[in-house]
Design a protein around this ligand. Structure first.
Ligand code: HEM
Length: 482
């Protein structure tokens, strides 16, 4: 193992000495700990745990982040990370206060994502943000969403009915002798379902959906960093070119969503936008296309992760899975508890508009501040025993999500969709997708278990790998198809 030539300098700069082995560059190799326990990063004379920011870049942190966030919440609720030159805010109450303060905190371009997804409302603040948000967000909520539910149900039914027991595929392998199948739930359902739903509500014609799925996956790959950014940019260009043509067409020929009986429910989103006027002017084609990429980009990977994580967690808690099957209305609680316990978006960056003093830390105006949503979701000031997955927990609010957040009756909303002006406008539709899709899946699957032999085990060698940060990539199931 090579010694890092800068180790002394780094340790001095960080004012810590972790006593750990250096692997390469400035990375420290932290020991892999039992999930829920933090590696020892040293202590001050009074016993306060020290924190080494190199942990953020470690394999240990990716699989076992929560005990480290606990150290931050308990001892450094505002933590200045000298290595990455940013501040971390980790307590639930502080994060909600910052998100709700639209004047004090600005959203900022999100690095490579802003290149790939384009200039979207995610990066806007104040009046400009409200204007865009009102135009697009309202098509994903309330009565507009109710109109889309039949289409969501139809798409899920079609996908599940498409599993062939007589023609094995890579992701559905049926053993007639055993009467059981091996199914990879991502490939067979969750990877494509959310993106098909987005195409449907936008009004993308059937023959272009495969291209959309391809562009979407390339855009997501493009968010991975500079090496793949080019691929993402090209995909977005193709997507925009296509949507531009479609918008021009829909201006004269709107298309419509229908219910199961074929009754027209309303226009699809693109047709709605084509018929929208602002201050007496029609929305421009550029204005419409620019935010379609965000809806496509924002709505796929996140919901895929929610569905897979939910099944992974439920199946590891068979009593809770049995409860959900017996009482399907519990899928709502399962969805929200999954997003509280393990969501795929770690948090959001903000810039503080003014100089700030928080928990004794001075934060100069314009600093990069990370609001760590996943840490808020595990804040035991709000959620008891936060590492426990429990769909029956009495401290989680599982009702209709509110922009103001919910904090009453001893319950609090989770932070997976953010809160405040940027609260995810896709929250309700992804909820519908995950719950409706899962109910239909559960009806098709008889006895179902995780096919543990096809799943990664934890690096410690025992048990299934923890979800850690993000979402699991694949979920192999051993099922009885009915
Ligand atoms: C489980 C699924 C999802 C999760 C966890 C999620 C998470 C989030 C979060 C945390 C934000 C807030 C960003 C911020 O505060 O800066 C956000 C914003 C956004 N999401 Fe989602 N999202 C999900 C599904 C969706 C879906 C299905 C769509 C579209 C159909 C969508 C579209 C958007 C858009 C357009 C924004 C920008 C809102 C704004 O800046 O005003 N999301 N999402």
């Amino acid at each position: 193992m090579a010694m890092c030539p800068f180790r002394d300098v780094l340790d001095r700069a960080l004012a810590i000495n972790v006593g750990a082995t250096i692997e390469t560059g400035a990375r420290t190799s932290f020991p892999l700990m039992p999930v829920g326990l933090a590696a020892d990063m040293g202590r001050t004379a009074d016993g306060t745990p020290l924190f080494d920011p190199r942990i953020f870049d470690s394999a240990e942190f990716a699989r076992n982040p929560y005990p480290y966030y606990r150290i931050l919440r308990d001892h450094y609720p505002v933590y200045f990370d000298k290595l990455h030159n940013c501040y971390y805010v980790t307590r639930y109450d502080d994060i909600t206060a910052c998100y709700l303060d639209d004047e004090g905190f600005n959203t900022i371009p999100k690095g490579s994502s802003s290149g790939v997804l384009g200039n979207t409302q995610l990066e806007l603040s104040g009046i400009e943000h409200r204007r865009r948000r009102n135009l697009y967000g309202r098509h994903l909520v309330g009565q507009a969403l109710d109109k889309r539910v039949p289409a969501i149900r139809r798409l899920a039914t079609e996908m599940i009915a498409g599993w062939k027991t007589d023609a094995p595929s890579e992701v559905v392998q049926y053993d007639a002798g055993m009467g059981r199948a091996r199914i990879e739930l991502g490939g067979a359902f969750a990877n494509e379902f959310p993106i098909r739903v987005v195409c449907q509500v936008l009004g993308i014609p059937d023959d272009a959906r495969q291209s959309f799925v391809y562009w979407y996956h390339s855009m997501m790959t493009g968010l991975g960093g500079s090496e793949t950014a080019q691929q993402g940019l090209e995909a977005r260009q193709h997507l925009e070119d296509y949507v531009e043509g479609l918008v021009e067409q829909r201006r004269s020929q709107p298309s419509f969503l229908t219910d199961d009986s074929g009754k027209v429910l309303g226009r699809d989103i693109i047709s709605e936008l084509c018929a929208t006027k602002v201050d007496g002017d029609w929305l421009s084609t550029e204005e419409i296309t620019s935010n379609i990429a965000l809806i496509v980009g924002g709505g796929g990977e996140t919901t895929r992760g929610a569905i897979l994580n939910m099944w992974y967690l439920l199946l590891q808690h068979p009593d809770q899975f049995a409860a959900v099957r017996a009482t399907p209305s519990l899928w709502d609680a399962a969805f929200h508890e999954t997003l509280r316990h393990s969501t795929s978006i770690g948090g959001q960056p903000r810039h503080n508009t003014f100089d700030l003093q928080l928990h004794g830390v001075h934060i100069p105006a314009g600093s990069l501040m990370h609001m760590v949503d996943v840490s808020a979701n595990h804040d035991d000031r709000v959620f008891a025993d936060p590492g426990r997955f429990d769909i029956h927990r009495s401290d989680l609010y599982v009702g209709k999500l509110l922009r103001s957040g919910y904090r009453a009756d001893g319950r609090a909303s989770h932070m997976a969709f953010g809160v405040g002006p940027h609260l995810c406008p896709g929250a309700w539709i992804s909820h519908q997708e995950s719950v409706t899709g899962s109910r239909l899946l559960a009806e098709r699957l008889g006895d179902v278990q995780i096919a543990a032999d096809r799943m990664p085990t934890d690096v410690t060698g025992s048990g299934l790998a923890p979800i850690g940060l993000g979402a699991i990539r694949a979920l192999w199931l051993d099922v009885e198809l009915i």
